[in-house]
Design a protein around this ligand. Structure first.
Ligand SMILES: NC(=O)C1=CN([C@@H]2O[C@H](COP(=O)(O)OP(=O)(O)OC[C@H]3O[C@@H](n4cnc5c(N)ncnc54)[C@H](OP(=O)(O)O)[C@@H]3O)[C@@H](O)[C@H]2O)C=CC1
Ligand SMILES: CC(=O)[C@@H](O)[C@H](O)COP(=O)(O)O
Ligand SMILES: [Mn+2]
Length: 374
């Protein structure tokens, strides 16, 4: 029985992880969870799973929940997230949104537990520090992001030295068939309508701007110790091939499956074993698989991510912070879709990167470039 805790249990990945735990009661149990502000959903989870420890954002929510559920420990804020990360579970699923996941992920690593990593922003902001600490502590960072789960599966039993190239597939997001000019008139509702995946709001916007693939390029660099030139992307509108690895002999391994995050979540939990699932892909209905070269002029945010990775130091953290800031503004109706790209570009141009930053420096710039600045 593997004991699992979840940061972001009320979200899209968190909810699907709870389904995986429910479907496999003999393999997984739930220990502690964190939620944000969705207290209605949190109460459903509390009633069903009775976690030992629950963390929320707001201290008023904590007080009101503590008065209702006497057997459960409730905490709030950053301390709450860190306590969930340091609990007695075997594995922490980081399904929280944004770089706020960085410090709890490091706390979980320090406490010696394995990480099922969905929260890609953590590796974008501080990949070198996180992977180094994980290595020193001997803990595994198992990818949950569908592309990285695919690459992880393609690399099982292979030598990293024989990996020539990682090929991350991209659906293209909500606006994949629009030109740059046509993006001027798009609405929030249109942006949130992802063609293949049902996901949280922030990642759905990232997918539409192609920043999601940019974040994933940086995530792949740290997870698979790859050089930036070994990480390529390709448009694949079906999201059937979740990603591929090309080896030195030009063999390409691909992992395919239904566009269902539960497969990647369950594999992260059960790895190195596999457990049955009820979402088979119907190959008879799979008429074609399309692949198209990525256009970095059309999808400038992906170019920015490659630039940030090549620059290194604090630049990926700044790019991520600027993107979190801009996407939040777009979701609040304060800026247009095309402004997201402009904000990220301006903030990256503004930044003088610091080489080999420590955690404090990264957290400082993360806060700065997520703020209104001026
Ligand atoms: N959704 C997907 O299919 C995939 C997601 N990912 C990654 O996984 C992560 C989660 O994504 P997703 O599940 O879509 O996101 P959601 O927005 O659906 O869920 C985010 C979770 O984090 C909580 N949360 C948000 N902000 C805070 C905060 N400031 N403090 C504490 N908790 C907070 C939310 O709480 P509440 O709702 O209660 O306010 C919710 O539980 C992201 O990093 C994303 O990039 C990666 C691959 C696929
Ligand atoms: C499910 C998942 O892993 C998402 O990151 C998904 O990949 C988004 O799809 P695109 O970014 O390819 O549109
Ligand atoms: Mn992904």
């Amino acid at each position: 029985m593997k004991k699992i805790s979840i940061l972001g249990a009320t979200g899209s990945v968190g909810s699907q992880a709870l389904e995986v735990i429910s479907n496999n009661p003999e393999s997984f149990s739930l220990c502690s969870i964190s939620a944000g502000r969705n207290i209605e959903k949190l109460e459903e989870i509390i009633t069903t799973f009775k976690p030992a420890l629950v963390s929320v954002v707001d201290d008023d929510d904590r007080k009101s929940l503590a008065s209702k559920y006497a057997d459960i420990e409730f905490l709030s804020g950053k301390e709450g997230l860190l306590s969930v990360a340091r609990d007695e579970s075997d594995m922490l699923l980081t399904a929280i949104m944004g770089s706020i996941g960085l410090e709890p992920t490091l706390a979980a690593i320090e406490s010696g537990k394995d990480i099922a990593l969905a929260n890609k922003e953590t590796l974008v902001a501080a990949g070198e520090i996180v992977m180094e600490r994980a290595k020193e502590k001997g803990v595994s960072i198992v990818p949950v992001d569908s592309e990285h789960s695919a690459v992880f599966q393609c690399l099982r039993g292979e030598k990293l030295s024989e990996m020539k190239r990682i090929i991350l597939t991209a659906s293209g997001g909500s606006f994949r068939d629009l030109s740059r000019e046509e993006l001027a008139d798009v609405t929030l509702e249109m942006a949130l309508d992802h063609p293949n995946w049902s996901m949280g709001r922030k990642i759905t916007i990232d997918s539409a701007t192609m920043m999601n693939k940019g974040l994933e390029v940086i995530e792949a660099k740290w997870l698979f110790d790859a050089d930036v030139d070994q990480i390529s992307t390709i448009l694949h509108r079906e999201s059937t091939v979740h990603s591929m690895v090309e080896f030195t002999d030009n063999s390409i391994m691909a992992q395919m499956g239904t566009a269902d995050m539960k497969t990647a979540i369950q594999f992260a939990f059960s790895h190195p074993d596999r457990l049955p699932m009820n979402n088979p892909m119907d190959l008879d209905k799979l008429s074609q698989l399309n692949f198209k070269p990525m256009d970095l002029e059309r999808f400038k945010m992906l170019q920015y991510a490659y630039d940030a990775l090549r620059t290194g130091g604090t630049m990926p953290a700044v790019m991520n912070a600027a993107n979190e800031y801009a996407v939040a503004k777009f979701l609040d109706g304060e800026i247009s879709f095309t402004d997201i790209e402009k904000v990220v570009e301006l903030r990256m141009d503004d930044h003088n990167p610091v080489k080999n930053p420590d955690l404090e420096t990264i957290l400082y710039y993360d806060r700065l470039y997520k703020s209104d600045m001026r």
